[in-house]
Design a protein around this ligand. Structure first.
Ligand code: CU
Length: 126
């Protein structure tokens, strides 16, 4: 007579590891916004490709948060057609009370590679 195997009536805790396998779907593909280097020093090496040109234009918009002027500049003969272009103007000395849309400005556009800036700015009082 074969003895029946004793049923495991053993009610001891059937401890199944309750592993919550959370898929780490952390998609960190947030492309770094290629915003300009805010507050970073301009320590570029301005090489011989740097050019500078006198510029006259009219301020058509001002973005105080980004410290940007949009300037509708006249043609720069042999270099650039007349156009509206943004200029980063980080220097507080140019953010005066006389700064406003519609003002005529003169300055020197300095171009080095992808970088361009405005120097020796004068806001005309006309
Ligand atoms: Cu331009």
């Amino acid at each position: 007579m074969p003895s029946r195997p004793q049923n495991a009536a053993n009610s001891s805790a059937n401890t199944r590891p309750l592993r919550l396998i959370i898929p780490m779907a952390v998609c960190m593909l947030l492309a770094a916004c290629a915003a300009g280097p805010n507050g970073a020093d301009h320590d570029h090496q301005y090489d011989s490709a740097t050019t500078s040109h006198e510029l006259t234009g009219t301020i058509v918009a001002i973005d105080a948060d980004s410290k940007v002027w949009y300037v509708n500049h006249e043609e720069i003969p042999g270099y650039m057609d007349a156009m509206v272009m943004p200029f980063q103007v980080p220097d507080d000395q140019y953010w005066t009370e006389e700064l406003s849309v519609g003002k005529t400005i003169t300055g020197t556009i300095v171009v080095a590679g992808d970088d361009h800036r405005l120097e020796d700015i004068e806001i005309q009082n006309d």
